[in-house]
Design a protein around this ligand. Structure first.
Ligand SMILES: Cc1cc2nc3c(=O)[nH]c(=O)nc-3n(C[C@H](O)[C@H](O)[C@H](O)COP(=O)(O)OP(=O)(O)OC[C@H]3O[C@@H](n4cnc5c(N)ncnc54)[C@H](O)[C@@H]3O)c2cc1C
Length: 385
């Protein structure tokens, strides 16, 4: 799959960084459930993680299209951007809605790598996908907000200096619209840890540093509020479109990796005196996966283009994430099947990538919820829930 010419120099940098982190590195992290610190640091040092930060704050001020291409290439190189992608998709919330003081204080340090903004605390155990039903409360008391409640699946919380946190500042039964009364905070996790915030890691089927977070009278300065109190849901939605586009790009990168591996193995492996890839039963699923990944890429590019122009892109971002997550999963299944028994051997990396790419049909938003969005908001069908 070709890339456009102007992206080529930056993609070349991505490939060079990723080349230093081959399969054995990721296998060791996977086995030990270790955070890939060296890889995250290399990506940060190369400037690839700060492409969305404006030049005035030490970044390179590039578009979401570029950020998406970077994450796609990370995954196509066999690496995993899950350890670091949140910095890109939370950036919109801070850039678009943060105060000049917040931007001046945090953005240069994030760009230089002195601070990590990698945690995004939205999901709660009881509310699930029904975000407006979250019950974590932030109550204003003088110069501080006092936070009580619980988050779940807050990825990278242990490895992040800052966290974007969504909390209720007005109870749901006291607002006109259920989307009102939610606020976004930029929480300094270094100050919060042990002072009212406890992080409890969750062990998952693949290496993903995710955690539960408990808030017990955590005091955060009132200056941590991003934008206006009560309007946080809208700010988060902005960020969610970016997140869907970036995750779709990672799925496309995974899809490319699976197809490349499947094709190479199908050419090489000989059974019954012929390469297995000579059999249509082996080559057709690979060809189909290739077609599906390419189609998903077109929709993802279109969503990113719209996002970059400031146009509405919710339909495209949702559809891109739906198509890309399904295309990468089918490519994963095809790759594993093509490898026969060796698909299950750790040394081939296929089973690890297979486990990793499955996530994206569930998070950051599950397939059913995207279909509901399209049915209701695009096709005008009655709301189903
Ligand atoms: C590894 C991992 C990392 C994550 N990282 C983060 C993170 O960093 N920050 C964060 O905030 N969250 C994170 N999440 C949470 C993730 O966004 C949610 O798991 C996801 O949105 C689904 O929510 P849920 O698990 O509560 O599922 P639920 O809302 O309980 O839904 C369960 C199932 O029911 C279906 N369903 C529910 N309601 C309907 C309906 N009305 N119609 C049809 N189907 C329905 C869903 O599609 C889903 O398949 C992460 C999750 C995982 C597993």
């Amino acid at each position: 799959m070709s890339q456009t010419d102007d992206l080529e120099p930056i993609l070349d940098t991505v490939r060079k960084v990723c080349a230093a982190y081959p399969g054995p590195y990721w296998r060791a992290c996977d086995r030990d459930r270790a955070y890939p610190t060296a890889f995250v640091e290399a990506m940060t040092r190369s400037g690839l993680l700060s492409v969305l930060i404006p030049e005035a704050y030490g970044g390179s001020g590039l578009s979401l299209t570029v950020a998406a291409a970077i994450l796609e290439e990370v995954h196509a190189s066999g690496c995993n951007a899950a350890a670091l992608h949140a910095q890109m998709y939370t950036m919109g919330t801070l850039l678009r809605h943060g105060s000049p003081e917040q931007k001046a204080e945090y953005l240069p340090k994030i760009a230089s790598g002195d601070l990590r903004l990698q945690a995004f605390g939205v999901t709660e155990p009881t509310a699930g996908t029904d975000t407006t039903s979250i019950s974590t409360r932030a109550e204003r008391r003088g110069d501080v907000y006092v936070v009580n409640g619980q988050k779940v699946w807050t990825s990278r919380a242990e490895h992040s200096d800052l966290m974007i946190l969504l909390a209720r500042t007005t109870p749901k039964d006291q607002v006109k619209k259920k989307t009102d009364g939610l606020s976004v905070f930029l929480v300094d996790t270094r100050a919060a840890a042990g002072a009212g915030m406890t992080i409890k890691p969750i062990r998952t089927m693949f290496n993903h540093a995710t955690a539960e977070i408990f808030f017990d009278n955590l005091e955060i300065p009132a200056s941590a509020l991003i934008g206006d109190e009560g309007k946080g849901f809208r700010y988060i939605l902005d960020g969610m479109n970016a997140e869907r586009i970036l995750i779709a790009s990672e799925c496309i990168g995974d899809g490319r990796w699976f197809i490349e591996r499947a094709t190479a193995y199908a050419k090489d492996r000989r059974v019954f005196d012929r390469p297995i890839g000579q059999n249509q039963g082996v080559q057709f699923p690979i060809a189909r996966a290739y077609a599906e990944v390419r189609a998903a890429k077109l929709m993802t590019r279109e969503a990113a283009r719209l996002y970059d122009t400031g146009a509405s892109c919710a339909e495209e971002a949702n559809i891109a994430k739906l198509l890309a997550s399904e295309a990468s999963w089918r490519a994963a299944d095809t790759c594993l099947q093509t490898h026969g028994g060796f698909g299950f051997a750790e040394d081939y990396d296929v089973e690890r990538k297979f486990r990793e790419t499955r996530l994206y049909q569930v998070a950051p938003i599950s397939t059913n919820l995207i279909l509901s969005y399209v049915a209701e908001h695009v096709l005008g069908l009655p709301r189903s829930y």
